[in-house]
Write a protein that binds this ligand. Sequence first.
Ligand SMILES: O=P(O)(O)OCC(O)[C@@H](O)c1c[nH]c2ccccc12
Length: 261
Amino acid sequence: MNRIEKVFQNLKQNNEKAFVPYIMAGDGGLDTLAEKITFLEKSGATAIEIGIPFSDPVADGPVIQQAGIRALQAGTTLRGVMAKIAEIRPIVHIPIVFMTYMNPIMAYGIGNFIADASKAGVDGLILPDLPAEEEEIIAPIAERSGIEIIRLVTLTSPIERIQEIAARGKGFLYAVTVNGITGARKGFNEELGKHLEMVKEVSPIPVLAGFGISEPSHVEEMNRHCDGVIVGSKIVDLFESGDLDGIEALIAASKAEKIKL
Ligand SMILES: O=P(O)(O)OCC(O)[C@@H](O)c1c[nH]c2ccccc12
């Protein structure tokens, strides 16, 4: 069984919520990657989303754009990230999900990319610029190699489309919580809770909310309506400023919902 499926099975059995932090590979130098991942795992992360730095990150807000620029300036390459993941995989037990755009994958070659990612021990892929209609170019080969495509649904996706994408989904479904790009938000649409519950109703796989989540209170609020959260920009920020306690506080908030149940 794929590592992602396994961790979600365990969470369900224990009535726990997922917390998936995002970090940019190579931000602070690739040599800091192992340290960051092991810290997140030790702090209770369910899985890790690793961004591949790219020059044209169309879905990313300023914090992640800047992290990508820092990583590229430090000389980070996709090949380098693959090698680093392969090296640290034996000491990391939780699932590793790559978040990247299609362009770097096409440049690498889809077949080579999947083969190397699979060898390195990557468990999933988030590809925000891969339309559902085009996923045939990579989903079957990825899934044959044991790598799950984590599909995204948005606030503007009609329910039929959400249902269709969820039915094909593997691992977990990524429910985007805002209209726009990544980055911390102060608040969310009042209807968001209802939207997440509707997505959950049609999805056979766990639903995680992501985009804009930046406070422990956001984590608790989202977890009332779905199976867990993904936090990116805030984690990148907290690592950048060395505020590890802030990261632990966010992860701890994801354990709070269980106590209330
Ligand atoms: O940064 P935020 O607002 O917490 O959003 C999640 C996030 O960073 C991560 O999942 C992500 C980073 N870049 C993306 C591009 C598309 C979809 C998702 C992502």
